[in-house]
Every structure is written in structure tokens, then in C-alpha cells.
Design a protein around this ligand. Structure first.
Ligand code: NAD
Length: 489
């Protein structure tokens, strides 16, 4: 049995008798691994290892820290196929999407490897004569990272790479649903030469390992991605003990389609955004707000494309959509389909598990029309292949519908009109906006995250990701030879 957890540079077997079984959601008879579950006591050991490793890692020059990430990127590229297959097997997304996720993680490793050469502050003029003032970025210390299951490679990389390159030591908790891909990332960091104690990984549950991490005073910062239910409570607890916290949580992302849009392109983008990765992306398109003039023509295209979609195991090259990640998520999606029907929305396609795929957690791509902005399927995150279509009579009304939810991750518009584009960018209340492209996607060098209930704290990825894991120190060096500062005003 693989130990799963890794502490102080060694694979580590927690003392607990509990285990977690890692199951392939496309075929529930396929057990990927069974890992012993770490406990709160193991969190203590991982923190001790990280605290002991920190003084030396902090003093390691940034470029040298960056080179470890560069080597990790090289190893990941060599092992791309193995990582992608493991990811597909445990999370369910199709292999092409898993390969895309691994490549994105590699770009993040390369980006942050380069950041090791920068880590810059600012030099600013002082009000005083003969005084040199500047800022410098320094690592926080030991930080706790908690990840969800839907991007089990990219999210662990986008949290750990900036933390490591800026000189922190890490205690990392993957989702108990997808630990195997993070086991591979840990192997890669080990092979790349990360010193013992810099990256520690514990396979355990949220209530046991996650709670212990959030409560641990040694963890100066907590970076969480996951649901609002967990993130909201975690934020309060961590902030109360003075930790720096960032939480990236749910989304309910809309595409607005205006009458002058290229409907074929809009339909392709909406289809990919809604049903790609089985709708299990925080940036997935789950709402379409279509202008009344083109709504029927658009819906016709969307329904035709959904009906053509081939469901099946992600490892099968002919599959276009895999399963939900597990039984709970599958049940949530099925429950929301019932809610939509009960609320009076018209289900145009989908809504069931195909009989031939009863050995996995499959749900047909599902489209509801006639969805009003007050319905639950319009407002609540479903996290599955369910698309809600609403009709608007103007851009103003479309924006009002788009903004009328608690979430604020991403929105897209399809239009050829520059005034509509600029008004949309100005007024839409999400952290990321797209024009004439899907709601999904992120790049290493671009800040990622949401507004309103989606995100609290610093954005992730890019320079902002690095800012989160560093403290800013403001330095005054008085070389005037006088005790007092001599102000110029
Ligand atoms: P989740 O909140 O159930 O779990 C996330 C992580 O928190 C897991 O590792 C889990 O074990 C841990 N956890 C659970 N209870 C805990 C507790 N009491 N204390 C500390 N940790 C605890 O979320 P999930 O189902 O894994 O992920 C899906 C959610 O993630 C969706 O809402 C999705 O929108 C969101 N998400 C957001 C982004 C983003 O950047 N905004 C990206 C990906 C996923």
C-alpha cells in the first residue's frame, strides 16, 4: 500500500488505522490506491519538519530555489503521460483535458522558477535628506495549502510553486477524492531536489487534517480552494487567529449572447464551457443569458451539440465527456436536475445516467430553457453538466441577470459591438471577463480569482500569487549622520 503522505523528505505512514480508497469514477470497480489517513497528530509532525527546514530554505538564494522548480517542470514534462492518465483515472476528465491541465501546471512551474530571479520590492524617494527607502519581499514562514479535487494537478502547483520559490515551507492537503495526482507532484519535487521539510503532504480528511491545519498557529498563511460552505467557516477561524488567508470558492458563470453575435462561435464556446470537464470547473459556463432575438437559434445549436456528445471513460480516446467525480457529486447534480424540473424550467435534453454507463457516475449533458433569474438552478452552483438558459431583452437586463447572483468568478459576452463590449467590461461584477470566448481558462502570468462570495484575499497565480506568500518590509536607511530625520517639507 502506498503511504500517500510525505513528511520531512520521506514517504510517511500515519499511525491511524483509517484508510481512504481512491476510486475511478468512470468504473467504480477500479481502485487506484488505498492510502492510510493522516490525523491531527501528523499535522503536528509535518509542521515541525517545515519549521525546522525554514531557516535554511529562507536563506537559499531565490534563483537557486527557482531552479528546483525548473527541474520539477522538466521531470513533469517527461512524466506528462503518466500524470495525465492518473489524473483522468481518479478525477474523470477526458485525457485531452488532463494533458492540458498538466501542461498548465508545467507553465506555472516555469513561470515561478523565473520569479525566483525577481522577488523584487520598490525603491522610492524619501521625504528626508540622505535617507534611502525601499521595500523588500520576504517569505511568510510555514504555510498551509488546502486543495479541491477538480484540478488535482494544476491547483496544487499554483499554490505550492509560488509558496516554495518565495522561500516558504509548506504543509499541503489534497482532496481525499484525488490524492494520487498530488502523490506524483510530491515525487517530482523530491526528484527535483527540494530539501527535506520544504514540502510536506498529508492525505487526510477535511474535518481532521484540514481543521488541524487551520487551527495551527505556526501556519502563518492558509491558502484554500474549494466550496463556499467549507471556505466560509475556514476563513473566519484562520483570520481570527491572525493568519493571512485567501479563499477561492464557487462560481455561477454566465455567457451573454447579443443579437449581433456569431451564433456558431458562441454555441461552440458555450458547449465547451458548460460540458468540458463534465462542468466540474469553477469557471464552467452554467448560465446563458441570450437576447430574445437570437435565443431560439442559439438554443437549437446548443441542444444539437449536446445530443451529439459521446460520454464514456476519459481514458477512451473517443470519449468527449467523462463522469462526475464521485457518488456525492453525481447525486447533487441529479438533485438539481429535479429542482429545475420542479421550478418549472423546460428540460430540452439530458437529465439521466445513460444505461450503458451504469458502472460510473455519468450524467448526460443537460440543458434547461425558460429559466428565470429567481430559480435555484440559475443562482446556485451545481458543478456538473447542467446549463440554464434565460432570455433578456437588452444588454442592461442581461447585465442585471448576470450580476444578480452571489458569485463573481468569470463572465463572457458574445457581440461584435465595441460599445457593448466596453459597457460589459465596466459593469460586470466578476474577477475575470472574456469577450467572444468561453468563460474558462487561466494563464500562469495572469491573476486568477473572483469577487463577491467567490473570492476573499489575494488573487492566485501571476505576481499576485507571489505577493500572498510574502511579507512586505519597508526599510529606512539614514546615512545623514544625524539622529533626526531631516524632512524636505
Ligand atoms: P470542498 O470545500 O468540499 O473541499 C476542498 C478542500 O477542503 C478539500 O481538500 C477538503 O478535504 C478540505 N476540507 C473539507 N472540510 C474541511 C474543514 N472543515 N477544514 C479544512 N479543510 C476542509 O470543495 P471540493 O468539493 O473539493 O471542490 C469543489 C469546489 O471548489 C467548488 O465549489 C468549486 O467552484 C471550487 N473551486 C474553486 C476554484 C476557484 O479558483 N475559485 C477552483 C477550483 C474549484
Amino acid at each position: 500500500m502506498n503511504t500517500g503522505s510525505y513528511v520531512n523528505g520521506k514517504w510517511y505512514r500515519p499511525a491511524s488505522s483509517g484508510t481512504t480508497r481512491n476510486i475511478n469514477p468512470a468504473d467504480t470497480s477500479d481502485v487506484i490506491a488505498e492510502y492510510p489517513l493522516a490525523t491531527a497528530a501528523d499535522v503536528g509532525l509535518a509542521i515541525d519538519a517545515a519549521v525546522a527546514a525554514w531557516p535554511s530554505w529562507k536563506k537559499t538564494p531565490g534563483p537557486e530555489r527557482g531552479r528546483v522548480l525548473w527541474r520539477a517542470a522538466d521531470i513533469a514534462r517527461r512524466r506528462l503521460d503518466e500524470i495525465a492518465r492518473t489524473l483522468t483515472r481518479e478525477e474523470g476528465k477526458i485525457l485531452k483535458e488532463a494533458r492540458g491541465e498538466v501542461l498548465k501546471g508545467i507553465s506555472l512551474l516555469e513561470y515561478y522558477a523565473g520569479e525566483g530571479f525577481r522577488m523584487h520590492g520598490k525603491t522610492l524617494p524619501s521625504e528626508s535628506r540622505d535617507t534611502f527607502t525601499y521595500t523588500v519581499r520576504q517569505p511568510m514562514g510555514v504555510v498551509g495549502l488546502i486543495a479541491p479535487w477538480n484540478f488535482p494537478w494544476a491547483i496544487p502547483v499554483w499554490k505550492s510553486a509560488p509558496a516554495i520559490v518565495s522561500g516558504n515551507c509548506v504543509v499541503f492537503k489534497p482532496s481525499e477524492l484525488t490524492p494520487a495526482t498530488t502523490v506524483l507532484l510530491t515525487e517530482i519535487y523530491d526528484e527535483a531536489g527540494l530539501p527535506p521539510g520544504v514540502f510536506n503532504m498529508l492525505v487526510g480528511t477535511g474535518p481532521e487534517v484540514g481543521e488541524a491545519m487551520v487551527a495551527a498557529p505556526q501556519l502563518r498563511a492558509i491558502s484554500f480552494t474549494g466550496s463556499n460552505r467549507v471556505g466560509g467557516a475556514l476563513y473566519v477561524k484562520a483570520a481570527q487567529r491572525g493568519a493571512k488567508v485567501t479563499c477561492e470558492m464557487g462560481g455561477k458563470n454566465a455567457v451573454i449572447v447579443m443579437p449581433d453575435a456569431d451564433l456558431d462561435k458562441a454555441a461552440i464556446a458555450i458547449h465547451g464551457g458548460a460540458f468540458g470537464s463534465t462542468g466540474q470547473r469553477c469557471t464552467a459556463t452554467s448560465r446563458v443569458i441570450a437576447h430574445a432575438e437570437i435565443k431560439n437559434a442559439l438554443v437549437e445549436r446548443l441542444v444539437a451539440a449536446a445530443k451529439r456528445m459521446k460520454l464514456g471513460p476519459g481514458l477512451d480516446d473517443s470519449s468527449e465527456m467523462g463522469p462526475s467525480v464521485g457518488d456525492r457529486q453525481w447525486q447533487t447534480v441529479m438533485d438539481y436536475i429535479k429542482v429545475g424540473q420542479g421550478e418549472g424550467a423546460r428540460m430540452l435534453t439530458g437529465g439521466t445516467r445513460p444505461a450503458a454507463l451504469s458502472h460510473g457516475y455519468f450524467v448526460e449533458p443537460t440543458i434547461f430553457d425558460g429559466v428565470s433569474p429567481s430559480m435555484r438552478i440559475f443562482k446556485e452552483e451545481i458543478f456538473g453538466p447542467v446549463l440554464a438558459v434565460t432570455t433578456a431583452s437588452s444588454l442592461e437586463e442581461a447585465l442585471q441577470f448576470a450580476n444578480g447572483v452571489e458569485y463573481g468568478l468569470t463572465t463572457s459576452i458574445f457581440t461584435e459591438n465595441i460599445s457593448s463590449v466596453m459597457k460589459f467590461v465596466d459593469e460586470v461584477e466578476t474577477g475575470m471577463v472574456h469577450v467572444n470566448e468561453p468563460t474558462v481558462g487561466g494563464e500562469a502570468q495572469l491573476p486568477f480569482g473572483g469577487t463577491k462570495s467567490t473570492g476573499v484575499g489575494e488573487r492566485e497565480m501571476a505576481e499576485e500569487g507571489l505577493n500572498f506568500f510574502t511579507e512586505l518590509k519597508t526599510v529606512f536607511i539614514n546615512y545623514s549622520g544625524k539622529a533626526e530625520r531631516s524632512m524636505t517639507r
